[in-house]
Ligand binder design. Structure first.
Ligand SMILES: [Zn+2]
Length: 235
């Protein structure tokens, strides 16, 4: 018997433990886990933004939300907090909710999302008095066993989305954002948008901002309340 074969089942188990949760970004897998997908109350839509804070784009999104009297959950990238601490403070001051998106925007198959460091960075800016973050959304929606365990240790619930806007793409427009959201604009939905562009598409947030007023109107027209995840009644 080859020397390493005794360890093969364990190796496979560890690999499966990593890969199966990681497949959660797939729509078919997410559908099997409604709580993880953020399925909430039937009269409510959770509005969530990833990848901020950004000193330019996040305030623009906040302006639109304020103008439309809407609140959302912002999943912050820890290492970006120091670039826009005043924006993080504004998120809290204006009644929005903070979630964690990991310290850096990387896959965390085997590495740590460094949740403790994220929590410290948030507390350093807005103080411990703000409601303690409750949610962790892994970058790219890839929930590895490593990051799931770390989230649990910090009493954070992993949460993904039911419907995405694909607003990170360089060719995104307000119309494309609306078109991607439209089929999933139903009660209980958790919508994924982005308040900051990516390296490849730094201005993609303009499409997000352009779509936001119409999105909020569409929800109102359907009798759906829009708000942060804390009001969504997940699970
Ligand atoms: Zn992201």
């Amino acid at each position: 018997m080859p020397r390493g074969s005794a360890f093969l089942p364990l190796t496979c188990a560890v690999a499966a433990a990593q890969i199966v949760p990681a497949a959660t970004w797939l729509p078919s897998v997410r559908a099997a886990f409604p709580r993880l997908s953020g399925v909430g109350r039937s009269d409510h839509v959770a509005l969530t933004f990833d990848d901020g804070p950004d000193p330019v784009s996040t305030p623009a999104i906040l302006d639109l939300l304020r103008a439309n009297d809407a609140c959302a959950t912002f999943f912050l990238v820890g290492e970006r907090i120091s670039r826009a601490p005043d924006v993080v403070q504004r998120i809290v001051d204006e009644g929005h909710e903070i979630g964690l998106h990991g310290w850096s925007h990387r896959y965390t198959f085997t590495s740590s999302p460094r949740i403790a460091r994220c929590l410290t960075a948030i507390t350093d800016v807005v103080g411990a008095a703000q409601p303690r973050p409750r949610w962790f959304r892994p970058p790219y929606g890839v929930l590895s066993a490593t990051s799931a365990l770390e989230a649990a240790r910090h009493r954070l619930a992993p949460i993904l989305w039911t419907t995405w806007a694909k607003d990170w793409r360089a060719d995104a427009t307000p119309e494309s954002v609306q078109a991607h959201l439209e089929p999933g604009l139903v009660g209980g939905a958790t919508l994924l948008l982005h308040d900051a562009g990516t390296t490849r598409a730094p201005m993609s947030w303009i499409a997000t901002a352009g779509a936001l007023p119409a999105l909020l109107r569409a929800c109102a027209d359907r009798g759906l309340r829009v708000g942060p995840l804390r009001e969504h009644g997940v699970g």
